[in-house]
Design a protein around this ligand. Structure first.
Ligand code: HEM
Length: 467
């Protein structure tokens, strides 16, 4: 009953009439929710993938609660392997079985290989790097550069395998320094894995107590392991407007060259192509290379490699946990001793003679899906999948966890059983139903490196220690 002449008087009115204001706000929210639900229902194209799309934020909850892969799997039993779920302002399409995922990411790979623009993450990457680049010429150029560089730096140069075996020796020493007493292996495993990336990226490793390397590790750990940060980031992905709320932006988003002189010295001192940075600068100096191979792109690319590469240490930790909780440790050691003895340095070629070790690794990949939904994809054009129409620009998630836990393929999927990957004669059977690195043109760029790292680390650790 009062004239509300300005925003200030509106605010003071709301303060004085809190209950009435709350009532209006709740009614507004309900009306808006119903309106949006009807609007989206009306707007959907013909043959649109079915799914629980009535409630605007229904799909967000399982993500915030970290049980999304199981919920989506349960829902897709009802709605099918191509299912749309409402996520706040937009629908996401979830692909829920192996056949459908291959249909989309491999058979129609070019149409399904975009990345959605997530405003919050874009603040970090500024449209650079590799993991979140949208599909197009720039991504293709960066991807093929990364692919050929990671595959090795040509004949006569140090191979990836050498770099990994060198690091594993440091890791073994660090474990030995604990004199058989219990300790948390997490930080030194992260150091070792991060050194593999360092070695590839800049041709050097860091001591495990190096301050600069500790800072890098702390930042990477914050993304994955700090519950506050990961919860906050998830909220930001679903509700980008929250980025304007007060928070320690510097801590989360900072990615800058710490020392300009250091970056400049890269340009002046390098003459040979021994590592990723050299190779990148080589492209930069080549004719027409400057537009795609800028300093800024180098910085973000390197950040992405460290970030994505740290998945390996998580897999190794799961591997050790599986060793500890299951009686397979002795079987594994027996095979390793038969092939290598206690001293011989493991090499990837030994795989051919180690079927049980390969089966053990494949079972770890299956049993604990590292990235249950991989990384979000996006359609680049209107597409048809299993008879459903999916519009251009739709966010696509593939449920890799569901593939690894499909009871039609895996007997007792929630049990850890390496033997399931061996045939009657004890030979290892590679399964194309184990796809932790995803499939198609956008599959993990570091797959070969990660597989090599995990094999050599596992064999070397079991060869030298009992966990
Ligand atoms: C066990 C360890 C790893 C797992 C389980 C893993 C898994 C994945 C998955 C699921 C994706 C998303 C693929 C998609 O979009 O369909 C991915 C992307 C990627 N991974 Fe890995 N990854 C691992 C290790 C690594 C390592 C060591 C590196 C570093 C060299 C790396 C670099 C990348 C990059 C750069 C991408 C983005 C590729 C692109 O967008 O074109 N990953 N990874």
């Amino acid at each position: 009953h009062e004239p509300l002449s300005s925003l200030t008087s509106l605010i003071s009115f709301c303060q004085r009439n809190a209950v009435v204001t709350l009532g209006y706000a709740l009614t507004g929210f309900v009306v808006l929710t119903v309106f949006l639900a009807l609007y989206y229902w009306y707007r959907r194209p013909k043959n649109y993938p079915p799914g629980p799309r009535g409630i605007p934020f229904l799909g967000v909850l399982p993500f915030l609660g970290n049980y999304a892969e199981r919920t989506m799997h349960k829902w897709s039993k009802k709605y099918g392997p191509v299912m749309s779920v409402r996520m706040g302002r937009q629908d996401w399409v979830f692909l829920g079985d192996h056949e459908t995922i291959r249909q989309a990411l491999v058979n129609q790979g070019n149409s399904f290989s975009g990345r959605p623009l997530i405003a919050t993450l874009d603040q970090i990457t500024e449209g650079h790097g590799i993991v979140l680049l949208d599909y197009g010429d720039w991504w293709k150029r960066q991807r093929s550069f990364g692919f050929s560089t990671l595959r090795g730096f040509g004949v006569g140069k140090r191979s990836m395998e050498d770099r990994i075996t060198e690091e594993v020796a440091y890791l073994n020493d660090a474990i030995r320094s604990h004199d058989g007493k219990a300790f948390d292996i997490k930080s030194i495993l992260s150091n070792a894995v991060s050194n593999n990336i360092s070695s590839i990226v800049m041709g050097r490793r860091f001591e495990y107590d190096d301050e600069h390397s500790k800072e890098i590790m702390a930042r990477l750990a914050m993304w994955f392991n700090d519950p506050d940060t990961s919860f906050f980031l998830q909220i930001l992905i679903f509700m980008p407007a929250c980025v304007h709320l007060p928070h320690d932006k510097k801590n989360i988003f900072r990615v800058t060259a710490r020392n300009n002189r250091r970056t400049q010295s890269l340009h002046t001192t390098k003459t040979t192509t021994e590592n990723f940075i050299d190779a990148f600068l080589g492209e930069q100096n080549a004719e027409n290379g400057t537009d795609a191979f800028t300093d800024k792109q180098l910085l973000h690319y390197v950040r992405d490699l460290f970030f994505a590469g740290s998945e390996t240490s998580t897999t190794l930790r799961w591997t050790l946990l599986c060793l500890i909780h299951h009686p397979e440790q002795e079987k594994l050691r027996k095979e390793i001793f038969e092939v290598l003895g206690q001293e011989k340095i493991p090499a990837v070629d030994n795989k051919a003679y180690m079927p049980y070790t390969c089966a053990f690794m494949q079972e770890v990949y299956r049993y604990r899906t590292l990235a249950p939904f991989g990384v979000a994809h996006m359609t680049n054009e209107d597409v048809n999948l299993n008879g459903y129409s999916i519009p251009n620009g739709t966010t696509i998630y593939v449920n890799l966890w569901a593939v690894h836990n499909n009871p039609d393929v895996w007997d007792e999927p929630n049990k850890f059983k390496p033997e399931r990957h061996l045939d009657d004669k004890g030979n290892f059977v590679q399964s194309n139903h184990v796809i932790p690195f995803s499939v198609g043109p956008r599959h993990c760029l570091g797959e070969q490196l990660a597989r090599m790292e995990i094999f050599i680390y596992l064999v070397s650790l079991v060869q030298k220690f009992e966990f």
